[in-house]
Design a protein. Structure first.
Length: 69
């Protein structure tokens, strides 16, 4: 992913929301959170602020729109 970003300028996002891991990948532009993976609404509140502090964007994955999950 880093090579693709560096060599071609393609913006890269990952589904990793672990801030400690993301620090090691400066070429990754954004992180995608998921309510189901990150521990519900409560677990999804903190990562956007921490990831933004790294200078990366955060966006939330849309999943299971057909009902309450």
């Amino acid at each position: 992913m880093q090579t693709l970003r560096r060599d071609f300028g393609v913006p890269i996002s990952t589904h990793c929301t672990a801030v400690g891991t993301l620090r090691h990948y400066p070429e990754i532009d954004a992180s995608v959170g998921d309510i189901h993976v990150d521990g519900g609404i409560t677990g999804t509140i903190r990562p956007p602020h921490q990831i933004s502090a790294l200078g990366k964007r955060f966006w939330l994955r849309s999943f299971l729109e057909s009902g309450i999950s």
